[in-house]
Design a protein around this ligand. Structure first.
Ligand code: C5P
Length: 239
């Protein structure tokens, strides 16, 4: 029933809320995302509990700092057993390359599987208007920067990227078939857009080449989260 390609975002402050949702979703969801909100309030316990429950974990802390700090930070997370970690591609090639190399070395030394390392390209909440505010020339499109950052991440030895479903097809074309493309900004037809901008339905995101879908509020805030997750999985299986 569960599909590892669906990653439900646990954007909570308390472990009780995490346990309640994860227990409710039971076998229908096998992969979860722990982001800043949960990690900064609950900490390592959240990841350890999910791993004990047999779940896959994407630890979405979006590291963005100088190469040594990011690489050391990632290595400090290694023993948690998360399946996926991430950094911001805007940290640059050297930062990403150092991070990937040090993470692989640490995993080898600890004799544990290396977590997948992916890079955030352009946040899915950034609209064209906000993009212009950041100072990019009008003819520099979000899409072209997202693809450029994805190619840089690949060259640096990363396993994939986080990107909007809108950029997934171009990234797939540029980075080949084995590259992971994790897409937030997924909204089943009829659900609230919230603060996201560059969104797509689960089926459209997969058709565009996404390998994993991160879905938060459409499951978490649904009247019936189990049914909401099942509907998304059903839609995913039809692609
Ligand atoms: O509730 P919603 O489905 O919008 O949640 C999306 C999740 O994906 C949030 O936890 C957010 O931090 C994360 N995310 C995102 N855009 C990115 C990277 C991560 O929305 N580019």
């Amino acid at each position: 029933m569960a599909d590892d390609r669906l990653i439900v975002a646990l954007d909570f402050h308390h472990m009780e809320e995490v346990r309640e949702l994860v227990n409710k979703l039971g076998d229908s969801v096998s992969a979860y995302k722990v982001g800043m909100e949960l990690y900064y309030s609950v900490g390592r316990e959240a990841v350890i509990w999910l791993k004990d429950e047999g779940k896959k974990v994407f630890l979405d802390l979006k590291l963005h700092d100088i190469p040594n700090t990011v690489a050391s930070g990632l290595c400090s997370l290694m023993d948690l057993g998360a399946d996926m970690l991430n950094v911001h591609a805007e940290g640059g090639y050297t930062m990403m390359k150092t991070a990937a190399e040090r993470l692989h070395k640490a995993a080898e030394e600890a004799n544990v599987p290396c977590p997948k390392l992916i890079a955030v390209t352009v946040l899915t909440s950034i609209s064209e208007e906000e993009w212009a505010d950041l100072g990019f020339a009008q003819d520099v499109k979000i899409k072209s920067i997202a693809v450029r950052l994805a190619k840089l991440a690949k060259k640096a030895g990363l396993d994939g990227v986080v990107a909007s479903p809108h950029e997934a097809a171009l990234i797939r074309e540029a980075c080949g078939k084995d590259f992971l493309i994790v897409t937030p900004g997924v909204r089943p037809a009829g659900s609230s857009v919230d603060d996201q901008s560059r969104i797509a339905t689960p089926a459209a995101a997969l058709k565009n080449g996404a390998t994993h879908l991160v879905v938060g509020r459409p499951v978490r805030s649904a009247e019936d989260p189990v049914q909401a997750a099942k509907n998304i999985i059903k839609e995913m299986e039809q692609v």
